[in-house]
Design a binder for this molecule. Structure first.
Ligand SMILES: [Zn+2]
Length: 95
């Protein structure tokens, strides 16, 4: 089913559309929960400072696509990634 592409979920897309509309109506809500800066709702979706929904529990850490989300900039969200940082990333190989 949608196992390999969990974000390809109709309900999830509807949630994104609803949250974007809400922030466009009330820009005071559009604040990135990672860096605390406002999000410009006029930016194109592929802009690095564009609005995204970030999963509080990353999908890569067992979170589900319809679990709690918060607003974040695209670059803040991708920097956070699956909840890993350079200091906690590990490889399968023991050197
Ligand atoms: Zn941010």
């Amino acid at each position: 089913m949608t196992k390999d592409r969990p974000r390809h979920n109709h309900t999830y897309y509807k949630r994104i559309a609803r949250e974007k509309a809400r922030c466009t109506r009330d820009p005071a809500l559009a604040v990135c929960w990672i860096c605390g800066e406002p999000i410009d709702m006029a930016l194109p979706h592929d802009h690095k400072r564009a609005f995204t929904l970030d999963h509080v529990v990353p999908i890569a850490r067992g979170g589900r696509v319809l679990d709690e989300t918060r607003y974040a900039h695209r670059d803040c969200n991708s920097a956070r990634g699956g909840g890993r940082t350079a200091t906690t990333a590990t490889t399968a190989i023991e050197w």
